[in-house]
Design a protein. Structure first.
Lengths: 131, 131
DNA sequence: ACTACTGTACTAGATTGATAATACAGTGTT
DNA sequence: AACACTGTATTATCAATCTAGTACAGTAGT
């Protein structure tokens, strides 16, 4: 699945939300696939079920997941990707945060870019392994 | 100076801390230079003075700033950079977070790297302008 | 001395994120 | 019908963050 870092700057619910979106983007979760139940995923990630429930609700509102009440939660037939504007905004915000950190610790562009590629490849590989 | 995003995932005090470290890394703040007073910086960034005070204390403990009580706070003569291990850790964590976001919104490595360079250049330019 | 700045300290509230425990309604299996 | 699962809802509690207001000690200029 993916890992949660409870001591990270970004809140747990966001980490879970991005984790699910990543798995869908990479095909580790395909349309109509079931996602783990709220309680299962909470146990796996060692977080509170309420936190997972909130994420599923958000992703359902966003059209990424669909709920069949009493039965389970599934990836939507056509999982919505963020709108182009929203995608760019999140990408830009993320890039700004990372660039800010890199500059703060005295890392050059090349160093930062190299580390980015490493992380990107690692995350891709981890998820594609389960596709 | 730099901007604060109150609704960002990372806490305000961290944004301020990294902002100061960036300015020193880029030479916008040089050794022995005075930094704005707690109240001044708080007013400029539109945050609470307590938040700025905590950052100054952290940076003083880290050997980045020095305090002359009753007079002001200054950049240390030899502002400490994070240790190599700590630098790498922060860089890796930042890269992981950014790569995770990029994958979540369906952006490719190249797209993410391009956006990173843009942000890096922008931040550099903004700060070098005041050096 | 007076004034106006420094950093520092403290208390008190609001908000947010996360946890914990419980309960309820819907579905499928036995 | 009984049971074991689903998602959902509610309430309470705790910690972290940020804000607000106030106060105090040190320094500099008038």
């Amino acid at each position: 699945m993916f890992d949660i870092n409870p001591s990270a700057a970004s809140p747990i619910w966001l980490q879970i939300e991005e984790g699910i979106r990543r798995m869908i983007s990479l095909g580790a979760l395909k349309p109509a696939d079931p996602v783990p139940s709220v309680r299962d995923l909470a146990r796996t990630l060692r977080v509170n079920p309420n936190t997972v429930a909130r994420v599923y609700q958000r992703l359902t509102e966003a059209g990424v997941l669909v709920v069949r009440r009493g039965e389970g939660t599934y990836v939507a037939d056509v999982p919505q990707q963020p709108k182009k504007s929203e995608k760019h905004e999140k990408l830009r915000d993320g890039a700004t945060a990372y660039a800010g950190t890199a500059l703060a610790v005295g890392a050059g562009v090349d160093e930062a870019a190299a580390e980015l590629e490493r992380s990107y490849d690692r995350l891709s590989r981890e998820l594609r392994r389960k596709a």
